[in-house]
Design a protein around this ligand. Structure first.
Ligand code: SF4
Length: 79
């Protein structure tokens, strides 16, 4: 069983924001979510959670699906 510390979610900058904002239909529409993430105090743990759990949909940690896939590939190359 993998222990996941999710306490960062309690400080999430997106709490109370319409979830649809974080599930844009294109990368161009992700700007609103990314601007909220940029001010979020838990951006890094959120991003790491999404990368570790291969979250496929939406903006997490200020990154779109495409951007997270790129990060995973880069980490694999440098591992
Ligand atoms: S980084 Fe973005 S998606 Fe993650 S908790 Fe903060 S506001 Fe929400």
């Amino acid at each position: 069983m993998v222990f996941l510390n999710l306490s960062w979610r309690q400080r999430a900058g997106c709490r109370g924001v319409d979830p649809d904002v974080f599930y844009p239909t294109s990368d161009e529409e992700a700007a609103a979510a990314k601007s909220i993430c940029a001010q979020c105090p838990v951006l890094q743990p959120c991003l790491e959670y999404a990368l570790a759990n291969r979250e496929r949909d939406g903006v997490w940690g200020g990154a779109t699906e495409r951007e997270r896939r790129r990060m995973v590939r880069q980490r694999r190359k440098s591992a």
